[in-house]
Design a protein around this ligand. Structure first.
Ligand SMILES: NC(=O)c1ccc[n+]([C@@H]2O[C@H](COP(=O)([O-])OP(=O)(O)OC[C@H]3O[C@@H](n4cnc5c(N)ncnc54)[C@H](OP(=O)(O)O)[C@@H]3O)[C@@H](O)[C@H]2O)c1
Length: 283
């Protein structure tokens, strides 16, 4: 039996991992969220891991509110950097694997072709900087680690797709930025990639995003198309839609390491979105 300690288990990705393993009787998910295990508390983490003795720690916990991180700098670093540090210290002490989820926002966004794992990060905001600090701690304190950088996640929780579907009920048109480009990624696809790595010794840093590229405005148009809505998308520049945190203009990731070392291929973002929206309808 493989025991997985899932932190941030009630978040979008935590839920996807759980649903992936629901029917696997060789895998037991020990789900925790902040009330059960606050990853910023080193002693709590050490005690929990000592008792639990998992095969792997899968850290789905994070401070993911990108704009709020600019105002809550200490909290962002506590959750996104100290948290994975604590988990990595425990993983090393109790000899288990460590899987950390990171972000495309570690990159500067001024590239003209997809970032690979060997490119140098240059975060533009507190969220990206704190997640990069988390990556560095994981590398520093654990040996059997996987870091997976993903992007524009949607799944069972609060996300862009659900926001657009809500706005389509309230308005005839929405303004969405068209000068930030990336790869929307379904948590269900990401969970499959995590599963592909978790039971191997194929350690290191990986990019894990759906195939294909679009802007937030393109993404919104596809959501409305699939939902059969006539909502008009007004394409805005980032200057016309000011936000607290600066975001990378181009944060496309190439899943280079996954392709070099596994046979796993993410679905194209259009297909993954359709599958997700079909799933949403059944909820
Ligand atoms: N969402 C995206 O677009 C995106 C893009 C790129 C990368 N990522 C990364 O992907 C991973 C999963 O993201 P997600 O969208 O699933 O996040 P999410 O839905 O926001 O879930 C994060 C979870 O972490 C929990 N948490 C917060 N502080 C904690 C603490 N101190 N101890 C334990 N748990 C804590 C949260 O609980 P509360 O809700 O109670 O605070 C929440 O359940 C994260 O590492 C994120 O940085 C996300």
């Amino acid at each position: 039996m493989y025991k997985l300690l899932i932190t941030g288990g009630n978040g979008q990705l935590g839920r996807a991992i759980n649903s992936l393993y629901l029917k696997r009787d060789d895998i037991e998910c020990i789900n925790t969220d902040v009330a059960d295990l606050d990853i910023t508390d080193l002693n709590a983490v050490l005690n929990y891991v000592e008792k639990c003795r998992p095969y792997a720690i899968v850290n789905c916990a994070a401070h993911t509110a990108v704009d709020l991180c600019e105002d809550q700098v200490d909290l962002a670093y506590k959750i996104n950097a100290i948290g994975p540090r604590n988990l990595s210290i425990a993983a090393e002490k109790y000899d288990c694997k460590m899987m950390q989820i990171s972000t495309d926002y570690v990159f500067g966004g001024d590239a003209s072709e997809p970032y690979i794992e060997f490119d140098v990060p240059n975060p533009q905001g507190v969220y990206g900087a704190s997640k990069l600090a988390g990556e560095n701690f994981v590398k520093e304190f654990s040996t059997k680690y996987f870091i997976i950088r993903t992007a524009w996640l949607y799944g069972d929780g609060k996300n862009f797709v659900k926001t657009m579907l809500r706005l389509a009920e309230e308005r005839d048109e929405v303004g969405v930025v068209c000068d930030q480009v990336g790869s929307p990624t379904s948590t269900f696809e990401l969970a499959k990639a995590m599963d592909k790595l978790l039971f191997t010794d194929n350690y290191g840093t990986f990019h894990g995003t759906c195939e294909g590229v679009c802007s937030w405005a393109d993404f919104a148009e596809e959501i409305f198309k699939l939902a059969g809505k006539n909502t008009k998308v007004n394409r805005l520049t980032s200057d016309q839609y000011p936000a607290k945190a600066k975001r990378p203009a181009y944060s496309v990731l190439e899943n280079y390491m996954l392709k070099l070392t596994t046979d796993f291929m993410f679905a194209d973002w259009h297909d993954a979105l359709k599958e997700y929206m079909d799933w949403l309808q059944k909820q």
